[in-house]
Write a protein that binds this ligand. Structure first.
Ligand code: FES
Length: 76
């Protein structure tokens, strides 16, 4: 995910119901889970808005990344 010119790799698992997050969408630089619409800051993985369903949700893992010689490099 690219935000303000910087590239980030985020974990692909929902932290709310532990399923695949790949159906999420990006709006105004914020990642929105397609299931209960929790919102995450891609630069640090923080929860910026809680889901529309009860249950615990925690931050996603987020890593800075870059593209070099056609390869995606993730800093972990
Ligand atoms: S599974 Fe994503 S907000 Fe509930």
């Amino acid at each position: 995910m690219k935000v303000n010119g910087k590239l980030y790799k985020m974990s692909g698992r929902r932290t709310h119901e532990q399923s695949d997050l790949s159906g999420g969408v990006i709006e105004d630089g914020i990642l929105i889970c397609s299931n209960h619409f929790a919102k995450f800051n891609p630069t640090n993985g923080a929860v910026v808005e809680w889901p529309e369903a009860p249950g615990k949700v925690s931050a996603l893992k987020s890593y800075e990344a870059k593209i070099e010689n056609g390869a995606i490099l993730v800093e972990i």
